[in-house]
Design a protein around this ligand. Structure first.
Ligand code: ADP
Ligand code: MG
Length: 526
């Protein structure tokens, strides 16, 4: 029965088409949701969680991460933005916008009857070519050139809610990264060596870089212990100063006063012995790691520590230990028997100070301080402060990108227009469907200037046409000057961004599109 057979075949392929189409539609919807926040004139989003928590942000990765997305292909866009955040840190909106535009082109190509595999292969080639073109127009940057680094950090901050503070935050980002970078091994740069402490109170203008360390918690002073210590010997301990617990859950029943006394006495002796050993090592500031097994420090222990004039900072997080020991040059101590003077760090001053509405502990004058940096961010409220933190993160990442790959390109959509133009020329040298697909890819990149113009309230069609004309005339750094609403040379406007941000955005977006294209069915499993 040939007709039936034919019918079945047709049905199956239509289902595959449906799956593909619905995936593309869903992913495009996600891309459209963040489109309006691209660029310095882009809008911000207010993200409201079900529990009443509100955040205001312009960061693509953050918006998407908080968005409730259930469609599997749409989730891939969320992941895409996250990967851009990991690779480059900035460009998290751009990557999604580019991906959306590529998907739209895919849809058109699929409707024309081009096979998904052909599109996928052509896009892969086009993305590689695009990176080549970008490398061709990139400008080498020297890490000694502080001005250039500052310009890149400022561009990244210019699209943020806190952009008016970029003159303060950019130097902070540059200095922090250069401080933690080992000139001999710059590729080992780790942004976790930069500690950012946020404290509500004051304005962002009050933020500072601290030459030392800051802890977000107060000193423990319930027992009247010191809150200021000069000539400090700091011990970082991972053991608990509290009575040990038995391995298994069991109860001790105390039936008379004598026995109770003995229990107290035992506890007291145990703690006293620990405190004595600590004191004997010369330690006068104690940083105590949080413990899940038992109380890290009891009231009784605090009492004896206060008597011994030892300053105590408790609730140190496990993941902070590495940074602290690196900064202070001390070693974490896992058992009281290992309390040795050589394991302590020295600092001129450890002091609890008032910052805004709260208090922090500051350590300054650290002897042989490691390669770490601490930024104390201030803001008038939690919303601003959190966004400042995220924006600073982007600026730090921009500098890290420049350390890893020392090239800058102009911003303001000039690279996208340039790549689009050159890819267009290149597509003419290709044959058949490949040429059509590469052409489509090149057109998709124009979404960046289009969106930047749209968000700035300019006429996108006029702007894009004018940009094309300028680039065709050899003005390869022309871009959209969103402040003046015209087209100018972006290098002269000091709008520059790392090469890595744009190449990774194009590569990752293409990868994501290819993955979505290759999916022809969704298989639910239990
Ligand atoms: P992303 O999350 O992708 O970094 P942004 O909102 O930061 O998104 O916008 C980045 C885009 O804005 C880039 O294309 C960049 O070139 C452009 N841009 C940034 N600053 C300026 C500026 N001062 N003038 C014009 N374009 C700018
Ligand atoms: Mg940005």
């Amino acid at each position: 029965m040939p007709p039936k057979h034919k019918n079945e075949l047709y049905k199956e392929s239509s289902r595959k088409k449906d799956v593909r189409t619905s995936n593309i539609e869903a992913a495009k919807a996600v891309a459209d949701a963040v489109r309006t926040s691209l660029g310095p004139r882009g809008m911000d989003k207010m993200v409201a969680a079900a529990n009443g928590e509100v955040i205001i942000t312009n960061d693509g990765a953050t918006i998407l991460q908080k968005m409730t997305v259930t469609q599997p292909a749409a989730k891939m866009l969320v992941e895409l933005s996250k990967s851009q955040d990991v690779v480059a840190g900035d460009g998290t909106t751009s990557v999604v916008v580019i991906c959306g535009a590529l998907l739209k082109k895919c849809q058109e190509l699929l409707e024309k009857g081009v096979h998904p595999t052909i599109i996928s292969d052509a896009f892969f080639k086009a993305a590689n070519k695009a990176c080549e073109i970008l490398e061709g127009i990139a400008i080498p940057v020297n890490l000694e050139d502080r001005e250039a680094l500052l310009r890149a950090a400022t561009t990244s901050l210019s699209s943020k809610v806190v952009s008016q503070y970029s003159s303060l935050l950019s130097p902070m980002a540059v200095d922090a990264v250069l401080k933690v970078m080992d000139p001999a091994r710059p590729n080992l740069l780790d942004l976790r060596d930069i500690k950012v402490v946020s404290k509500v109170g004051g304005t962002i203008d009050d933020s500072e870089m601290v030459d030392g360390m800051v802890f977000d918690q107060k000193a423990a002073k319930s027992a009247g212990g010191p809150t200021r210590m000069e000539d400090a010997k700091v011990g970082l301990i991972q053991f608990q100063i509290s009575p040990p617990k038995t391995d298994i859950e069991n109860n001790v029943i105390v039936s008379d006063y004598n026995q109770m006394d003995r229990v107290y006495k035992e506890e007291r002796n145990y703690i006293l012995a620990v405190v004595k050993k600590i004191k004997a090592s010369g330690c006068n500031v104690l940083l105590i790691q949080k413990s899940i097994l038992r109380d890290a420090v009891t009231d009784l222990a605090l009492h004896y520590l206060a008597k011994a004039k030892i300053m105590v900072v408790r609730d140190i997080e496990r993941d902070e230990i590495e940074l602290i020991s690196k900064t202070l040059g001390c070693l974490p101590i896992a058992h009281v028997d290992n309390m040795k003077p050589e394991k302590l760090g020295s600092a001129a001053l450890v002091e609890e100070v008032e910052v805004g509405k709260g208090r922090v502990v500051k350590i300054t004058g650290i002897a042989n301080k490691g390669r770490t940096a601490t930024v104390l961010l201030r803001g008038s409220n939690k919303l601003v402060l959190e966004e400042a933190d995220r924006s600073l993160h982007d600026a730090l990442c921009v500098i890290r990108c420049l350390v890893n790959k020392r090239f800058l390109i102009a911003g303001g959509s000039s690279p996208e227009v340039q790549v689009s133009m050159q890819l267009g020329h290149w597509s003419k040298t290709l044959q058949g469907m490949e040429s059509v697909c590469v052409r489509a890819f090149s057109e998709a990149l124009e979404v960046v200037p289009y969106t930047l113009a749209e968000n700035a309230g300019l006429n996108p069609i006029n702007i894009v046409t004018e940009l094309r004309r300028m680039h065709a005339a050899g003005e390869k750094y022309s871009g959209i000057n969103v402040k003046k609403g015209t087209i100018t040379n972006m290098l002269e406007e000091n709008v520059v961004q790392p090469l890595l941000v744009t190449t990774s955005a194009i590569t990752l977006a293409t990868e994501c599109v290819r993955m979505i294209l290759k999916i022809d069915d969704i298989v639910p499993v239990r």
